[in-house]
Write a protein that binds this ligand. Structure first.
Ligand code: AR6
Length: 177
C-alpha cells in the first residue's frame, strides 16, 4: 500500500509509520536551529537512539535556519541523523524554511554519498504548519533534487498518521501527472 514513483535511478516512497523504525542510511530530524531535541520526531529519536545524538547535534549548533547537519545515529538502525532546522527556537516555520531544510538535507545526503534517506513532514507538528502545503513543498523539492546527479536511490517520506499519509498521497499523485 506504500505509494512510490520512480525518477531516473531514484524511487520516492510514501510510508505510514514511525521514522525511528525505518531502515535507511539516514533519517531526518525535524529540528530547531539550536539543535536541542524536544518532542515529536526529535523526542522519539532521542528516546530510541540515545541522548548522545542530541549532545553531538548541539555541539554543531546553532546553524542558520533552513540549514541541515549530520550526526551519528546512536542505537538507531540508520547510520546518520540529518538534523534539518525548519525553525528557530521560537518554533515558528514557513514555506521557505521548510524548503531550505529539505533541500539542505538532500545535499548533506549526497555529500555523505548515501543511498537512502527518510524524511518526516517537517514543521507540521510543533511548528503547526499545514500538512498539504508541507507535502507540496517537500515532494517538489525531492523530485527536483533527484532529477540531478545524486547518490540517493531511495527517498522515503514517513508519515506518522493515516490522514497525513493520505494528504501526501494526494499531493504526490497530482505532482506525478
Ligand atoms: N515518526 C514520524 N513522524 C512523526 C513521529 C515519528 N516518530 N512523531 C511525530 N511525527 P514535529 P516540527 C510527525 O513536532 O513541527 C521539537 O521540539 C508529527 O505528527 O516532530 O518540525 C524539535 O526539537 C508531525 O506531522 O516537528 C523542534 O524544536 C511531524 O512529524 C520542533 O519540535 C513533525 O512534527 C520541530 O517541530
Amino acid at each position: 500500500m506504500d505509494m512510490e514513483i520512480k525518477i531516473g535511478n531514484t524511487t520516492i516512497t510514501l510510508q505510514q509509520g514511525d521514522i525511528t523504525e525505518i531502515e535507511a542510511d539516514a533519517i531526518v530530524n525535524a529540528a530547531n536551529n539550536h539543535l536541542w531535541m524536544g518532542g515529536g520526531v526529535a523526542g522519539a529519536i532521542k528516546r530510541k537512539g540515545g541522548k548522545i545524538i542530541e549532545d553531538e547535534a548541539v555541539k554543531l549548533g546553532p546553524i542558520p535556519i533552513g540549514e541541515a547537519v549530520a550526526t551519528t545515529a546512536g542505537k538507531l538502525n540508520a547510520k546518520y541523523v540529518i538534523h534539518a532546522a525548519g525553525m528557530g527556537t521560537d518554533l515558528k516555520t514557513d514555506e521557505e524554511k521548510i524548503r531550505n531544510a529539505t533541500l539542505n538535507s538532500l545535499k548533506r545526503a549526497n555529500e555523505l554519498k548515501i543511498k537512502s534517506i527518510a524524511f518526516p513532514s517537517i514543521g507540521t507538528g510543533v511548528g503547526g504548519f499545514p500538512l498539504d502545503t508541507a507535502a507540496d513543498i517537500m515532494l517538489r523539492c525531492a523530485i527536483e533534487h533527484v532529477k540531478k546527479d545524486t547518490s540517493l536511490e531511495n527517498v522515503i517520506f514517513v508519515l506518522y498518521q493515516k490522514d497525513a499519509y493520505k494528504i501526501f498521497e494526494n499531493v504526490l499523485g497530482s505532482l506525478k501527472r
